[in-house]
Design a protein around this ligand. Structure first.
Ligand code: CAA
Length: 389
């Protein structure tokens, strides 16, 4: 089967043997351990407990974390390569991986204290526990500065009150990074990020959302009533919480762009294979130009998305400004994912509309990539602001 994976050596992407080894390991894991049961996990909305445990064992949950804290010490390019491969097969598992890597581990390593890293990061990076990133609220999705959850300063601790919505890993996490307003007068500069553990009194995990796609991941609302959080669990200085969330999301968006790329590439490969098997009007449907044109356009847009994803990852690795590149990668790759999966269903015809052929799941999974970690509209806003910076 033709692969859409670019051998990017020679195009100044300098992919190393290590990158290729990551790709092979992620591909093997996806084919051998994620593919079996992926349809059942989706239809039953069953969290992939065993598969997540294996991701931890294989080092996919703390890829970029320093080995000093139990991580793989890899670069962002390795991470997007693994995200693409895993997302080709199972986007539910890849969002669990993405949140743990880029929203939780990265933020903790970058901005946490040594004690926070020792207490939390080591366990998160190895997959002993997984984490959740809690920014969205019933009335604060795109308008993220509008936080209603409060963290009231009580001297040596905060009292946390409020509700978070649509939290990935909401039920399965043990460690939560929770954004909350301490000083409303300071608006977004009065927001703090607190590390909250699941067993803290007053913390209740709400109902699991019944979703259109990524159904095997668990998405919950969370309720906090007078949860006592010690001051040493605040990340960064007083009022750093919103900056923390935005900085973390810049990198998170590269992960979701890679997820979208993987979903698109997975659907494309299934459609290409099907087009070479299925016959109509006396020939393989691939021999009909109508189908060839679809596949040609899919392959082209997927390559373009991959280049944007790799560019953003490379900029981050080179410590250059990647805010706009990450937003462009997510905007473009998520649109490609939605479009390419819809075309893959079309190429499969009636078979594409039933569960056993995978592409209908991929089409449902693709939709969220245009919504979470900043909607496509928010990505355009980020890109536009950077144009005139
Ligand atoms: N990087 C770093 N800092 C940023 C930033 C960025 N991309 N965007 C904004 N900021 C900073 C600004 O510099 C500003 O700080 P200062 O005042 O100290 O300079 C502060 O944040 C507020 O910015 P704005 O004044 O521009 O605020 P705004 O309200 O006009 O716009 C926004 C903010 C960009 C729209 C922001 O609210 C946003 O990104 N919204 C989308 C939220 C989002 O992505 N949510 C995802 C939830 S998590 C998730 O989805 C995980 C999952 O399930 C998988």
């Amino acid at each position: 089967m033709a692969s859409t994976t670019l051998e990017l050596n020679g195009l100044n992407f300098n992919l190393t043997e290590e990158h290729m080894a990551v790709r092979d390991a992620a591909r093997d894991f996806a084919q051998n351990e994620l593919l079996p049961g992926v349809i059942e996990r989706d239809s039953q909305a069953k969290f992939p407990t065993e598969q997540v445990r294996r991701m931890g064992e294989l080092g996919f949950l703390g890829m970029m974390v320093s080995p000093d804290y139990g991580g793989g010490g890899m670069d962002t390019v390795s991470y997007v390569i693994a995200m693409e491969e895993i997302s080709r097969v199972d986007a539910s598992s890849s969002v669990i991986m993405s949140v743990n890597n880029s929203l939780v581990c990265w933020g903790l390593e970058m901005f946490g204290t040594e004690a926070q890293k020792q207490n939390y990061l080591t366990r998160l990076a190895t997959g002993e526990v997984i984490g959740a990133f809690c920014l969205s609220e019933p009335e604060a999705g795109s308008d993220a500065t509008s936080q209603h959850t409060t963290a009231t300063d009580q001297g040596d601790h905060y009292l946390l009150n409020g509700t978070k919505n649509w939290i990935t890993n909401g039920g399965s996490a043990a460690v939560y990074l929770v954004m909350a307003q301490t000083d409303a007068e300071k608006r977004h500069r009065g927001i703090n990020c607190l590390i909250v553990e699941k067993d803290q009194p007053g913390f209740v995990v709400g109902k699991k959302e019944d979703k259109l796609g990524i159904r095997a991941s668990d998405t919950h609302s969370l309720m906090f009533t007078d949860v006592k959080v010690p001051k040493e669990n605040r990340i960064g200085d007083d009022g750093f919480g919103f900056k923390f969330a935005m900085s973390t999301l810049n990198g998170g968006r590269i992960g979701i762009a890679a997820q979208a790329l993987g979903i698109a590439a997975g659907a494309y490969e299934l459609a290409l294979a099907y087009a070479q098997e299925r016959k109509s009007f006396g020939k393989k449907i691939f021999e009909h130009q109508a189908i060839q044109f679809k596949l040609a356009e899919m392959a082209t847009k997927i390559e373009a998305a991959r280049l944007l994803v790799y560019k953003a990852a490379r900029l981050k690795d080179e410590h250059k400004d990647y805010v706009q590149a990450a937003a462009m990668a997510k905007l473009f790759a998520s649109d490609v994912a939605m479009w390419a999966t819809t075309e893959a269903v079309q190429i499969h015809g009636g078979y594409g509309y039933v569960k056993e052929f995978h592409v209908e799941r991929m089409m449902r999974d693709a939709k969220i990539t245009q919504i979470y970690e900043g909607t496509s509209e928010i990505q355009k806003l980020v890109i536009a602001r950077e144009l005139v910076k």
